[in-house]
Design a protein around this ligand. Sequence first.
Ligand code: SF4
Length: 688
Amino acid sequence: MTNVAAPAVDTHCPYCALQCGMRLSGARVEPREFPTNRGGLCQKGWTSGALLTTAHRLTTPLVRVGGELVSASWDDALDLIARKLSALRAEHGPDSVAVFGGGGLTTEKCYLLGKFARVALGTSQIDYNGRFCMSSAAAAGTRAFGLDRGMPFPITDVTRADVVLLAGANPAETMPPFLQHVRNAANSGGLIVVDPRRTPTAEQATLHLQPRPGTDLALALGILHAVVADGHVRGDYVAERTTGFEAAWRIAAAWWPERVERVTGVAAADQRRAAALLAGADRAVVLTGRGTEQHARGTDTVSAWINLALALGLPGVAGSGYGCLTGQGNGQGGREHGQKADQLPGYRRIDDPAARAHVAGVWGVDPDSLPGVGRSAYELLDALGTEGGPKALLVFGSNVVVSAPRAGHVADRLSALDLLVVADFVLSETARRADVVLPVTQWAEEDGTLTNLEGRILRRVKSVDPPDGVRSDLSVLRGLAVRLGQPAHRFPDDPDEVFAELRRASRGGPADYSGITPERLSAGEELFWPVPDEDHPGTPRMFLDSFAHPDGRARFVPVDHSGPAEPVDDEYPLIATTGRVLQHYQSGAQTRLVPELVDAVPEVHVEVHPDTAARAGLVEGAWARVVSRRGATRARVRLVASARQDTVFLPFHFPGAQRANLLTNPALDPTSRMPEFKVCAVRLEVMT
Ligand code: SF4
C-alpha cells in the first residue's frame, strides 16, 4: 500500500485549475502559500490525502473473462490489448482505434498520449474531456486575440481590480480560495455576477444578473448596447487595437436593454448599471466560466462577452483584461500539447503543414504519416461501434459514463465496442464496463507538470510511493507502443525525459515551453508561457503590445442571440441546467472516495423553486423523477426560493440512476464542438 510516512513535500492539489499549493506528508495535507490560494484550501483539497489511502485502489490489471473482470498480469493484459488493437487496425484501418484523454492528466501524459495515438496507432481518433469544459472559450479567445491562454494575466490582476464581472462561474463552490481575489471588487461595490442561479458566489455580488438559461449572449449584447449608448466606449483603444467594431455594433444596436430584458428577464436598469460599473473602473476584469461556454452557441456567447471587454478597452492592458476561468486541474496544459483532435504539441494546428513537419521531426517520423483532424469528443463517443466508427477505445483520465452528455447513449456506445480499455486508479463507472482495466498511479505518486488557469507552469512532486502492482500512464503507453512495433526510445516513461521532448516539440509554437526546465521550476521561478528560451523570464501578461493576429489587433466578432437548441414545450416545460457543488469534483470518481465529502453530499439533488415544486406535487426531501427527451434521472428535491421558476438545477457528480447527464442535450457548438450541458428541456414527476 501507499507509504504514508513519507517526508513533507511541497506540491499542488489533485483537483481544479487553481492548483492550490499544499504540503503533503504522506497522506496528511496542509495548505501552503501560493499565489492562487494564498494559504487557503477548499474542503476537497483538505481531504485529498484520503485518495492515497482509499480501500478502493486498484493494484492489478483486470481482464474480462466470461463477463467478469478478473486479475491478470501486466504482460498478459498489455499483450491482449496489443493483439486486439493490431488485429482491428489490420482489418479496419488505423481509425478503428480511438483514444480519449483528460484535462486532469499531467502535461507529460497529455503529450505522450497524443504522440501514442498519432505515431503508435496512426489514428486521427483522439480527443479528450476538455472538449466538454473549456473548448468554447479557447475557440472564442483564439478568434478574438489570435491565441488562447485562458487567463492571459496573473491572478493578482484580478485581486487588484475594482470591478470584476464573473459570467457563468461559481467559484465560491468550484474553487473557493479564488474568492479572495474578487474581495477588493466586492468590497468596493464592483462585483458583478451573471448566473441564472443565486449561487453562493452571486450572494456576494454587488449586482447579480439572473438571466434565463441560454440567454446570456443577449445579455452581453444588452450591456454592450448600454456601453455604447451611454458613451462609455474606449474609442481610442477600439481604433488603435481592434478591428470589426462596426459589424459587432450593427447587431448590438438592435439589442437595447428593454428588448434584452424581455428575452433574458434581467432588468434594463441593471444592464445599464453593469455597463456603468465596468466603464467607471480604473481596473476591470471580465471572466467567463462554463455557464457561458456549455451551449450550442457557446463560442459565440464567449465572443459576446469578449466584445464587451474590447469595447471597454480591457484586454491587453496591464491590470485589466478578459479571461476564462479554466476548470480542470490541467485544463490549460491539457489543451496545448496534442490530445485534442485538431492539435499538435505547442498549441499547433494539426492541419498546418509547417507544424506537422516540425513535430514529425521531433518524433522522428514522416510528416505524411501523421493523421489529420479527428472527431471531437462527443462525436467520437457517438460513433463508437457504428459502421465506419472506432471499434476499440482507450480511455485515460476520464469517466465518460458519468460526465458525457446523453450519458445513457454513451454507455450504450461503449457496449458496442470490440475492445474498451480504461486506465484509472480505481474502478470508475467507465472502468466497470471495460474489457481491460489498467491500474495506474495517481497525483502524489509521480512527478509531472501542469499549467494552471493563469497559464503558469507548475510541478507536482512525487511525495509517496505507489502501491505495488501499479504503473504510471507513461509506462503503460510505452509498454503498448513497444508491443505495437515502436522502438522503446520513442516512448520514454520518465516524466523529465518526456518534458524535455515536449519542450522541443513546442519550440516556436504558440504555447512555447522550450525555455522551461525542471531546474527553473524547482527553483520556484514563476513561469507563464510562452517561454521561448532558457533566459526568457516568461510572459505573465500577454498582448500588452499587440495581439497575436498578424496585424496585431484584436477582433470584434459579430454575434447574435438565437437561444438554446432545445426549447421548452408543454411536455417538457422546464429548463434543466447542471453544475457542481462544493464537495465534489467533475464526475465524482475521486471525491466520491472521500468519506467526509460523501457524508456531506451523498446523493444528487434537484434545486426547484417552491411554486414549481408545488405545481409538480413535490415537497422538500422527496425523490423526483426528472425527465428529458433523452432519459430520466432521480434526484432529491431541494426547495430554493431564489431559483427561477422556469429552471431546475442538478449537480452532475453522481453515478447510475442519479446521473444528471442522462438528461443533457449533445447539441454541439459548430466551432468548438462543445455540447449544450447548460440547457435542456425537462419535466418533473413524483416518484412512485
Ligand atoms: Fe484549491 Fe481547487 Fe483543490 Fe479546492 S479543489 S483546494 S480550490 S485546487
